[in-house]
Design a protein around this ligand. Structure first.
Ligand code: GLN
Length: 474
């Protein structure tokens, strides 16, 4: 990350970032909104540098904001029609912290509406394309943020990860994506999806930048009572010697090229002196069904506030209050949002609560216990992020279950509230990026990021300015 100084003006950096943002927009659909006023902020920072005033740790650094973060700049829509016409009177805690350090938001990135999805195809504002292949998905739900970093438009982008929405698009586009321990970063001012697994995190080109962003944004916030005391800044980096590999994912359901890339990296780690231990974690098979019960349940509650009265857009055709609610919600939500609201109401209903929600909650406890046992045998776990590289656009949109299957390796981590990051480790023969997922015990975030740096030093973590971007640069 290049901080502005006397030689590198913030204005020049921001102008360059905005030019790139506009240039790529028509082809990739990265942004819902581009902030041309960002130049004014850059001018202020340059003026402060000229006056010799103190500047922040992110002075003049351009960043992209996932469009489910509230900010007074531009409208927060969560890429859903129902929130068009809404503008926020507040800044999310994370936004306020980043801006206080001088970071400059140059645009709001596209996502699956309300972050429901794994491909950024569920957005009211159209699909975001993969940074390496126009015919493939960007991953999701934070597809726009991942692509913004992969194309080199910005140095970092914010994301939210409820079940994989940072890690999976990071893997599909060849960048770093970090989901911290649940509660590490305040969720205040971020559109809620499933409050018990929602996490704020970042996309970057390297692990060092993730560490800086964590030092800035982690910490307790009186406006989010689930935030943890300042463990990140205070925690010690632990030595990593044993890496756990989960044996329970069926290789038949994993792309062979992806599997080979993982295998090669494991051998490389072994050669470098790390001990690899095999883990049997049978409870993980309950993670996907448990997630797709618990998360819709929380969604159905969190989305009940969008009624056409309190926020944003409302249907013009309604003749009475009842019709206003119904038509606004019918026309304002995407089909995937509605599917989850219905599933959520079903699993919470009196007749089915015990059979579905309660069972899923019990399965979640088993999963948490299984990770606790695993971390008695190893320091960190290494896994794939997704069973395949970025898939073809439209190939899963008509089959929700096959879309949900994409999340099989990321959702267990979310249910247990563990920190995990996706690191780019290679590409398939067709040039599609593949990421590996590093998972640590709760509050091991610093150790995890430090280990990711070591992995990169071993030559396992490729920084990715994509081929398409290199071509653009010429
Ligand atoms: N793909 C997962 C889902 O659709 C995760 C989404 C997320 O993390 N926001 O629920």
């Amino acid at each position: 990350m290049k901080i502005a100084d006397k030689e590198h003006s913030a204005v020049a950096t921001i102008k360059h970032a905005l030019e790139k943002a506009h240039k790529f927009q028509s082809r990739y659909n990265v942004f819902n909104w581009i902030n041309d006023d960002a130049i004014k902020r850059a001018e202020e920072i340059d003026a402060r540098i000229a006056r010799g005033e103190k500047i922040g740790r992110l002075a003049g650094v351009p960043y992209a904001l996932k469009n489910n973060f509230l900010s007074r700049q531009g409208g927060t829509t969560a890429s859903a029609k129902i929130l068009t016409e809404f503008s926020s009177p507040i800044d999310a805690t994370t936004v306020a912290k980043l801006e206080a350090e001088g970071a400059i938001m140059i645009g709001r990135t596209n996502l699956d509406a309300f972050a429901h999805g794994s491909s950024t195809e569920n957005s009211y504002f159209g699909t975001t394309k993969n940074a390496c292949d126009f015919e493939r998905v960007a991953g999701g739900s934070s597809g726009g943020s991942a692509v913004a970093v992969a194309l080199g438009i910005v140095d970092f982008a914010t994301g939210t990860d409820t079940g994989g929405s940072i890690r999976q698009p990071a893997s599909f586009n060849g960048v770093y994506g970090f989901k911290p321990t649940y509660g590490a970063i305040s969720r205040y001012g971020v559109v809620a999806m499933a409050s018990s697994t929602d996490c704020i995190g970042f996309f970057t080109q390297n692990a060092r930048d993730l560490d800086l962003l964590m030092r800035i944004s982690a910490g307790q916030d009186s406006r989010d009572l689930t935030t943890l005391p300042n463990f990140y800044q205070d925690s010690k980096v632990q030595e990593v010697r044993k890496i756990g590999i989960i044996e329970d994912f069926d290789p038949e359901h994993i792309d062979t090229e992806v599997l080979n890339i993982m295998q090669k990296r494991v051998e490389q780690l072994q050669k470098s002196g790390y001990e690899v231990v095999k883990l049997s974690m049978p409870a993980l098979k309950y993670a996907l069904p448990a997630y797709y019960i618990i998360v819709p349940a929380e969604i159905s509650s969190n989305l009940s506030r969008y009624d056409g009265v309190r926020y944003g857009w409302r249907s013009e055709e309604a003749r009475d209050l009842d019709e206003l609610y119904k038509q606004t919600r019918d026309q304002g939500f995407m089909p995937e949002n509605k599917r989850r609201i219905m599933i959520g109401n079903f699993v919470l209903s009196a007749g089915f609560y015990d059979a579905y929600y309660l069972k899923a909650a019990k399965a979640r406890t088993l999963i948490i216990q299984e990770y606790m046992r695993a971390f008695k045998q190893c320091d960190l776990i290494l896994s794939l992020v997704a069973p395949n590289p970025a898939f073809k656009l439209g190939s899963k949109t008509h089959d929700p279950v096959s879309m949900y299957m994409e999340d099989i390796m990321t959702v267990p981590v979310s249910l247990a509230g563990l920190p995990a990051l996706s690191i780019p480790v290679g590409k398939t023969a067709a040039g599609l990026p593949v990421g590996l997922q590093l998972i640590g015990p709760q509050r091991s975030d610093r150790t995890l990021l430090r280990f990711a740096e070591q992995v990169a030093d071993l030559g396992c973590g490729e920084q990715n300015i994509t081929e398409s971007n290199k071509r653009e640069e010429k």
